[in-house]
Ligand binder design. Structure first.
Ligand code: ADP
Ligand code: MG
Length: 383
């Protein structure tokens, strides 16, 4: 947890002015993986780990930004937004640039950034950072963009300035999440529905493989291309098909003979995963957490065998979880090739369970397994 007083004091000591303070959370995704860029369904929740930004006008034309976590600082000239050699600063610059492209002048500002979202573990520290910048600038500049519009703005920043062709889930959850709820987002219409997340004595526990295989970014783009290739085949036969969202399993199977088998499996996974999201919401409505857990396991199997974005470490954690009766469900979360698994775990006996899994994981991989227990929280806010 970030101490706001500490953040305020650090800012004032550094910049001799009183800042406004904003926060935007990281997220988990209960189910619906690799479906967002296929215009499908996802079920994320904002969490109690967040990025914080203290901000005040700069005294001169130069912006001065400090990252407390990287113990780093940089200056920026917002008249000509260019890529920075300070990697973290690009997440701020990209968002600034989007406001400018909408015709808004962004005056020079001082900022101090602090966050407790683990970086690169699949909890979307980058979306938390970009969302807090968007939320802060929207308020500070007296603009009135809504949370949906800001999510789209942040997605454009990530696509265009960072260069990752991500879907909209992460920033949407960071901006629109609600404490005590998961959010079922339809990535085609951007309509969403909040589902009370009544965990009935269970916790959301993330197990962090501690690895990030270098394949992650290239394979992400490959998967996008593979899904697009599948859409092209079907849209030749039926006009109006723009994404896998417009296709059901029956139609996909009717074209199987035209498909390369790998592309077929990728597309089948996406369509099945969309269906799993809807079925998970139904199970949540009925308070059937065991069913939610089974659907999470199904998601992992699909990601492992059909979409092929898992890795040895993630599969090991999923196997270890399957052996534990107090874990209702477990699956890899995020883009894949490393990062965390998300687990729905009975609270009772959690410490002993973690001890067992950590020991087994370390024996097999030599890596010390980290875990994060998270609870849901509200989307971006001002303090
Ligand atoms: P993730 O899965 O956590 O989103 P990314 O690689 O997409 O991982 O984004 C991580 C990057 O976001 C970091 O390398 C850094 O540039 C930026 N970032 C994340 N958290 C912070 C932070 N606390 N302070 C500064 N920059 C951060
Ligand atoms: Mg990210």
């Amino acid at each position: 947890m970030i101490a706001i007083d500490d953040l305020r004091q650090q800012f004032t000591a550094r910049f001799s002015s009183v800042p406004r303070i904003y926060r935007a959370p990281g997220r988990v995704n209960i189910i619906g993986e690799h479906t967002d860029y296929n215009m499908g369904f996802v079920l994320p929740a904002a969490i109690d780990k967040a990025a914080w930004m203290a901000i005040a006008p700069a005294e001169d034309a130069r912006s001065h930004w400090v990252s407390a976590d990287f113990n780093d600082e940089c200056y920026a000239d917002l008249d000509v937004v260019e890529r920075s050699s300070h990697h973290w600063a690009n997440y701020i610059l990209g968002v600034v640039k989007q406001f400018q492209e909408l015709g808004h002048a962004v005056p020079a500002f001082n900022a101090l950034i602090m966050a407790d979202v683990p970086i690169g573990s699949g909890l979307s520290s980058s979306a938390a950072l970009q969302s807090v910048v968007a939320w802060a600038l929207n308020d500070w500049l007296g603009l009135e963009y809504g949370r949906k519009e800001l999510a789209l703005l942040v997605q454009r920043a990530e696509n265009q300035f960072i260069g990752l062709q991500c879907g909209i889930m992460d920033m949407f959850a960071s901006l629109n999440g609600k404490k005590g709820h998961a959010l079922r987002l339809d990535c085609q219409s951007l309509d969403y529905e909040l589902f009370p997340l009544d965990l009935l004595g269970h916790k959301i526990v993330l197990l962090d493989t501690g690895v990030k295989h270098s394949l992650a970014n290239t394979e992400y783009n490959t998967r996008r291309n593979e899904c697009e290739a599948g859409v092209r085949i079907i849209s030749k036969a039926r006009a109006g098909v723009e994404s896998l969202r417009d296709v059901d399993l029956q139609e996909l199977f009717s074209h199987q003979h035209e498909f390369d088998p790998v592309i077929f499996r990728r597309c089948r996974f996406v369509i099945e995963e969309n269906d799993r999201v809807l079925r998970t919401c139904e199970a949540m409505r009925q308070g059937d957490l065991s069913r939610v857990g089974e659907l999470m396991k199904g998601s992992h199997r699909g990601l492992r065998d059909d979409y092929e974005v898992s890795c040895r470490e993630l599969d090991l954690l999923s196997t270890l979880a399957d052996e534990e009766p107090t874990i209702l469900g477990s699956r890899m979360m995020g883009g894949g090739f490393g990062g965390c698994t998300i687990n729905l775990v009975q609270e009772n006996g959690l410490d002993q369970l973690l001890f067992r899994i950590k020991q087994a994981y370390q024996e097999a991989t030599g890596i010390v397994l980290k875990h994060y227990t998270v609870v849901t929280d509200d989307g971006a806010s001002k303090s």
